[in-house]
Design a protein around this ligand. Structure first.
Ligand SMILES: Cc1cc2nc3c(=O)[nH]c(=O)nc-3n(C[C@H](O)[C@H](O)[C@H](O)COP(=O)(O)OP(=O)(O)OC[C@H]3O[C@@H](n4cnc5c(N)ncnc54)[C@H](O)[C@@H]3O)c2cc1C
Length: 458
């Protein structure tokens, strides 16, 4: 019997099966550096048929399979279990890095098909060449892939305008755990035949199927936008400003909040300070509209109590966006231990209290660490990051954050997913019946538990 690498090489070609320990290492640690897994091989298929053949081999031999796109996920879902933790004898990592094809843009139907490994940036640039845009955008756009954003149901900075990734998915092609190819590929806007399987696979974090191609709907961008950075002395002023701008007929394209500590951190790593006046909070606000957008925006800002300073520029205003865009990377470069990164959401009205209580977590616990909070404030989404947390305190910090969030009626995962990082706490977000039904679906689609073991359910 040929070895596993030889059999994989028979499917994808020898250059695309990696087994050398040094090369494998590049695939086996996640973006945060917190999770390191083990695999017997990395396989890099080019086509859906090759993926199907690899998955069929795994099904026949009982081999676990972890799917990886751009490896920018922040909950440890894109790497296999650590050595000794895998439920099967052999594990492979399937990388979609070579599956980067893009179909022609359907300009009239406003849609495009993308292979799973195409980056967000590539999909967006392809759409932009035809006067359209991809509705999901995030700072990891040059690495995060179509398959990855669908598998995590990513949110990002345009969610307030266009909804999450699930809202952009018209159709999907995926390889099921037994090797069959599901192709629900309808460009129709209205098509209610049976269960929403693309919707089910969206957000499934590699546990139900390997997504090979996605049919995305595209959005028409505004002709022009205005970007403001507004220095604020309280969180509620940001949500009041969103409401005031909407009342004035402005369309909110993005609404992001940062704290002074976060702005200081990115500034220390080279990003320009957006406003001269130091402030407890800085709010990045992008709007569009039909009339005198700048005047309406200014009037909205002037009507808000708690505004300390403001600056505005025509979009894309990358310099104004830089402080927000560089947060995740600056945090990763500044922490002395893997960052405890907890992406949570709370009801909008609870945002001010959530900021206060999440900021107070280290002091409350007596743990020496630095909180940096930022996020998609218009969606009630806070990225709570704790830097320099001693390994012994990671669990306590996580529990304390989740206690605040559940107390406020929020979610322990706003947009990054559960992955490995939050699997132990999934019961905080879903009832027993809900989890039971999710497990039933998992068992129906992947009866031997070969796809991404350890992710979602632990
Ligand atoms: C700087 C930075 C900023 C970010 N900003 C945001 C943000 O604003 N909003 C947000 O939601 N996320 C954000 N993220 C997180 C991350 O970019 C998203 O989760 C993204 O969707 C992951 O895409 P990926 O291709 O890197 O997936 P990976 O990290 O490779 O994988 C993520 C998960 O998806 C699964 N998966 C990947 N490809 C497939 C496939 N083809 N089929 C089945 N399963 C698959 C993996 O198994 C894993 O469980 C950010 C990350 C970074 C580093």
């Amino acid at each position: 019997m040929p070895s596993l690498p030889d059999r994989l090489a028979g499917i994808v070609g020898a250059p695309h099966v990696l087994t050398d320990a040094g090369t494998l290492a590049g695939y086996l640690t996640d973006w945060t550096g917190r999770w390191t897994g083990a695999a017997d091989a990395v396989v890099r298929p080019r086509t859906t048929d090759e993926v199907a053949a690899v998955v069929t081999l795994c099904a026949a031999e009982g081999i676990s399979l972890c799917v990886q796109g751009g490896n920018t996920g922040l909950v440890g879902g894109s790497i296999p279990p650590a050595a000794g933790d895998a439920p099967t004898r052999l594990t492979i990592l399937l990388s979609t890095a070579r599956m980067t094809g893009l179909d022609d843009v359907d300009v009239i139907g406003r849609s495009v098909g993308a292979q799973a490994g195409a980056t967000l940036d590539a999909v967006d640039r392809h759409a932009a060449a035809h006067g359209l845009r991809f509705g999901v955008d995030l700072a990891a756009r040059e690495s995060a892939t179509a398959g990855g954003v669908v598998a995590t149901n990513a949110g990002g900075i345009r969610m307030i305008r266009h909804g999450n990734t699930r809202s952009q998915v018209l159709g999907i092609e995926a390889v099921l755990a037994d090797g069959r190819i599901l192709r629900r590929w309808s460009p129709l806007i209205k098509d209610n035949v049976g269960y929403d399987l693309p919707g089910l696979l969206t957000g499934s974090e590699g546990t139900l199927a390997v997504i090979t191609k996605v049919l995305f709907s595209l959005v028409t961008p505004p002709e022009a936008t205005t970007v403001a950075v507004v220095a604020l002395d309280r969180v509620a002023a940001a949500t009041e400003l969103i409401a005031a701008a909407s009342r004035r007929g402005l369309v909110v394209e993005a609404a992001e909040i940062m704290t002074e500590a976060g702005v200081d951190l990115v500034h220390a790593h080279g990003a320009r300070r957006p406003v001269a006046q130091p402030a407890p909070f800085e709010f990045v606000f992008e709007v569009s509209g039909a009339g005198a957008v700048d005047e309406e925006l200014l009037a909205a800002i002037e009507g808000i109590d708690g505004v300390l300073d403001a600056v505005a520029e025509p979009g894309p205003a990358q310099a104004l966006w830089a402080a927000r865009e560089n947060h995740t990377e600056a945090i990763a470069r500044s922490t002395t231990t893997p960052v405890v990164k907890l992406d949570v959401s709370v009801p909008i009205r609870a945002l001010p209290e959530a900021f206060d209580r999440l900021h107070a977590v280290p002091g409350d616990l007596g743990v020496e660490c630095r909180p940096i909070l930022f996020g998609h404030v218009g969606d009630g989404n806070i990225h709570a990051n704790y830097l320099d947390v001693p390994a012994a305190d990671v669990h306590r910090v996580t529990e304390a954050v989740f206690a605040v969030v559940t107390d406020l009626g929020g979610s322990i995962s706003a947009e990054h997913g559960i992955g490995r990082a939050k699997a132990a706490w999934i019961r905080l977000g879903r009832s027993d019946v809900d989890i039971d039904l999710m497990r039933t679906l998992k068992t129906a689609l992947d009866p031997h538990g070969l796809l991404n073991p350890g992710v979602l359910f632990g």
